[in-house]
Design a protein around this ligand. Structure first.
Ligand code: AVJ
Ligand code: FE
Length: 439
């Protein structure tokens, strides 16, 4: 440490900057929206965006003011913004205040948070504050709700959402081969993490697992490959689908990924306000677990388990070292991966040559979340921290794990050990997949 600042002061300044940056992004995303668009429940699966905003603020108040001055329970979150009191589908009926009022509440809470930050003791032996953990938890919560808001904006009724800012994604030359698998030799692999500075409870503890040799696609499945599945009648071949998958197919009558439509010129798709042809070299997005599973059967493969996914992304079998990101320990940036929202869409696979794990698996971080075959459960030795309502209440066989983050994920909420989960029928998330098989 060559810093002239006391470490606590440096950490305080960094957290302050990150809190401000997180809020600036949240407000940027909602800036183009009218009060009515913010109030509307655009889909039963999603909250009115004003609910997300109020919930972000009250979550922050709960953890960064009230809880620092004596333990309180998650259930003490004010009724209207408590997700367990009000399931998403009912949030449209809540008497939500207007944007001006919600912004006042956000600033008022933030002022108290920053005031409290001045006296935060990061050396405390309580794990909530040690190394600033609780601040990073709150930051990630805001980042995650940003992605939720983007799902809502993509689902939005009425005039499509027009992004307030965009960054151009790099375009690579045509003709890069996107087929092929890479091999993981198997052996003892370290899964999860012991990190207590930012990891969620469900990522802990780090533990050794014996993994059998397997092969995994070097890239996520592309639209072009998925189009072949559609053309081969994949949606009409029951033998490719699980029983639950067949039930979902019968009820939903789906024939293509969400947001695709057939036109005279072929398949079109839409991201927010942009409509264009389905790009064959982009990863397929907005498919549910059942669709992913049916595709893998069609090609004679299977989905990777989340342990295999994490091994392929993070483990260097030659050195026995575990990496924080597929490329190493360098934090994500625009040069490394398609993350952080402002690209507003996927990039062609193989666009980011450095987004490559030690075994040669590409594009694991960014673009699309990847479905795994695993149910969301506890790692051995799991302990809920700091609140059961983040992970533990969702453990079981109802949810499938997704890994790797999407274009709509903020970098602060992404790393090789990060675990996301959703119902196997969900498609409003930015979800794709890659295939694996035994070696
Ligand atoms: C991890 C995306 C499943 O949205 O339900 C936000 C994240 N948890 N607030 C969700 C979350 C509490 C969570 N997912
Ligand atoms: Fe939340």
């Amino acid at each position: 440490m060559t810093s002239t600042m006391a470490p606590a002061r440096a950490l305080r300044q960094r957290l302050l900057a990150e809190l401000e940056e997180a809020r600036a992004r949240t407000l940027l995303l909602v800036a183009p929206l009218s009060d009515e668009e913010l109030h509307t429940q655009h889909d039963p699966l999603m909250s009115p965006i004003l609910w997300d905003l109020g919930h972000i603020a009250h979550f922050e108040e709960l953890w960064l003011t009230r809880n620092l001055d004596g333990p309180i329970e998650f259930v003490e979150m004010p009724g209207m913004y408590n997700p367990f009191e009000h399931p998403r589908s009912t949030r449209g009926a809540l008497p939500l205040p207007g944007l001006d009022r919600v912004r006042e509440v956000m600033s008022e809470i933030r002022a108290r948070v920053l005031d409290r930050l001045q006296s935060a003791d990061f050396d405390a032996d309580q794990p909530l504050l040690a190394s600033g953990y609780v601040y990073r938890m709150v930051l990630q919560h805001e980042y995650q709700h940003n992605e939720t808001i983007l799902q809502t904006l993509q689902l939005k009724q009425g005039t499509p959402y027009s992004p307030p800012a965009r960054v151009e994604l790099p375009v690579v030359g045509e003709g890069l081969p996107v087929t092929g698998m890479v091999r993981f030799p198997g052996g003892r692999v370290e899964i999860g993490t012991d990190d207590r500075t930012e990891a969620y409870d469900n990522e802990r503890p780090r533990h050794a697992v014996d993994v059998r040799p397997f092969e995994i696609d070097a890239h996520p499945v592309t639209n072009g490959q998925y189009l072949e599945f559609i053309a081969a009648g994949g949606y009409a071949r029951p033998e490719l689908w699980s029983e639950a998958g067949r039930r979902w197919l019968e009820e939903s009558r789906v024939e293509a990924p969400k947001y695709w439509s057939r036109s005279a010129d072929g398949w079109m798709t839409r991201v927010m306000d942009r409509v264009g042809p389905v790009e064959p070299d982009h990863p397929v997005c907005h498919v549910c677990y059942h669709e992913a599973e049916a595709f893998t059967r069609w090609v004679g493969k299977r989905l990777p388990s989340e342990i295999e996914w994490e091994a392929a992304a993070s483990w260097d079998p030659d050195t026995g070292r575990k990496l924080r990101y597929p490329w190493g320990d360098e934090p994500p940036s625009r040069e490394l991966a398609n993350l952080d929202q402002l690209g507003f869409g996927t990039a062609a696979v193989a666009t980011f040559p450095r987004n490559r794990s030690p075994i040669g698996c590409c594009g694991m971080i960014g673009d699309v979340w990847e479905w795994t075959s695993s149910d969301f459960g506890a790692w051995p030795g799991f302990a809920a921290f700091p609140y059961q309502e983040y992970s533990e209440v969702f453990f079981g066989n109802e949810y499938k794990v997704l890994r790797g983050g999407s274009w709509a994920t903020r970098p602060g909420a992404m790393r090789n050990t990060f675990r996301n989960w959703d119902y196997p029928i969900r498609r409003q998330i930015f979800s794709g997949f890659r295939c694996a098989r035994d070696a």
